[in-house]
Design a protein around this ligand. Structure first.
Ligand SMILES: Nc1nc2c(c(=O)[nH]1)N=C([C@H](O)[C@H](O)COP(=O)(O)OP(=O)(O)OP(=O)(O)O)CN2
Length: 194
């Protein structure tokens, strides 16, 4: 069975080297919608794959990090990167170009790591990321499956260590060490009730 939770955020970027000139040569923003789909063949004590309420903790906080932020590619022009970091206190640097496709891979990998670290306290079993859909506009989206997220050879390597959140973004997390914990694969313990 698959369940799906929707997240929304506003974000600015430039996507270098693409064919659409407006996209590759001008800073612009989108009202993103992100669908995280989880699957399992089991149900927990509440007869759910994974409580939607639990999906409003770390997963929501990490996706919301991108809200009112600018996303930059680590390989972009140094002057542009410094400008973005100087004039926006909320920025994220990615090791890949911030296309809808790469956003969907980034979110897949992040949610995959959250689930890997998460303690399951309500008899949830084998909860996996099925796919992540990133809607960049009302008319265009990318959907990432596991084989895409880990397709480092053809789609570019994404190491979580290479995703950098600005200090301001980290300060707004309920646990300022959340990202470090995920990088170190430390256990995340959710509250017994949300
Ligand atoms: N496959 C992709 N194509 C494009 C991406 C992308 O991430 N993946 N991104 C862009 C731009 O960011 C652009 O802003 C969105 O392009 P587009 O769909 O053309 O936007 P519109 O709002 O103009 O779409 P309409 O359908 O005309 O309303 C470009 N391509």
């Amino acid at each position: 069975m698959i369940i799906r939770k929707l997240y929304k955020f506003e974000n600015a970027h430039i996507v270098r080297n693409c064919t659409s000139r407006r996209c590759s040569r001008s800073i612009h923003g989108h009202s993103y919608k992100v669908e995280v789909k989880l699957s399992s063949n089991f149900l927990d004590k509440g007869q759910m794959v994974y409580d939607f309420g639990l999906m409003k903790l770390s997963i929501k906080e990490l996706i919301d990090s991108f809200d009112h932020a600018i996303t930059i590619w680590s390989e972009d022009n140094e002057e542009y990167k410094n400008f973005a970091k100087k004039f926006s206190e909320r920025w994220i640097e990615l090791p890949v170009n911030p296309s809808a496709e790469q956003f969907s891979r980034v979110f897949f990998l992040i949610v995959d790591r959250v689930l890997e670290c998460m303690e399951f306290r309500n008899e949830e079993k084998e909860v996996k990321v099925h796919s992540v859909v990133v809607h960049e506009t009302d008319t265009g989206y990318a959907e990432c499956f596991r084989e895409d997220a880990y397709n480092f050879k053809n789609m570019g390597e994404i190491r979580l260590e290479d995703i950098v959140f600005s200090d301001r973004i980290k300060e707004e997390w309920s646990d300022k060490n959340l990202w470090d914990k995920l990088l170190k694969k430390e256990k995340l313990t959710p509250p017994s009730e949300v």
